[in-house]
Design a protein around this ligand. Sequence first.
Ligand code: ATP
Ligand code: MG
Length: 304
Amino acid sequence: MEQKEIVEVARKFSAPYRITDGKKFRLRDVDPNDTAGFKDEDKPRAKEALQMGVDALSQLQEVLYAQDRWSVLLIFQAMDAAGKDGAIKHVMSGINPQGCQVTSFKTPSAEDLDHDFMWRCVRHLPERGRIGVFNRSYYEEVLVVRVHQEILQRQKLPATLVTKRIWEERYEDIGNFERYLTRNGTIVLKFFLNVSKKEQRKRFLERLDKPEKNWKFSQADVAERAHWDDYMHAYEEAIRATAAKHAPWYVVPADNKWFTRIVVAAAIIDQLASLDLSFPKIDAAKRQELEAARAALMQGNGSH
Ligand code: ATP
Ligand code: MG
């Protein structure tokens, strides 16, 4: 397939999952098991499609890097075992490591808590020409912190600032921050890998059953299942409040890993292809410099 065709397919594939206006968004309207009509027996073809997507992405990234104007921030949020790590690993597998950085945000450190909540994330924003991947992000501040409000108590905020409006205020601040980033040339894409509670259970059991997956098992993750509905509510509210044209959410069905990865790759391809990416133009002076260099190298006849 030609690059142009791949971009068209990528657009078609990712558009149904893109949310640019959250007002009408409801999690119950989307199906974690959705595969856009593809069946399990289509999996081998899906693998090929992903490989094509990965190649296309790698070409786009090369130009992004050379042009050195735009940067790309990819945010991954999900419940445990939804496949964040696998999606990041597979989708970014063709990308030049020099042009990409992945940051995982875990429980904040004492130093983090001595600052505003954006602080630790700002320090890891991608440079121009780079792709930055956030494995979890400042969205945890309206997800886990909203579900477990005792975390909020540990944030050392002045008491008068902690009111009932705090979540609304955080959505607003996140929205403003993302607008600010996009106005400075950072493309912001947010992925919610939407796994069902049932599929999560299956994957946890697999972690217990397969020795090579044992290391991934965490009792704490299982305990979090008790708060499933609260998390879903928090995700829904966050997506409704922060989906925007300039910073869309992709709510990606995540019960089938092969499908999740294709949608994620497609979304990134679609967005990168819509930029004015091109290799830097060579001006007359630079061309002369290149010609002079060629002449010098030719004279040396390869021996010096
Ligand atoms: P994996 O389990 O695949 O290694 P993970 O992203 O689940 O990846 P963990 O170390 O298991 O990593 O979990 C990180 C934990 O940190 C999550 O429970 C998450 O909710 C929590 N966390 C992240 N950001 C914040 C935050 N700002 N405040 C409080 N907790 C946070
Ligand atoms: Mg975990």
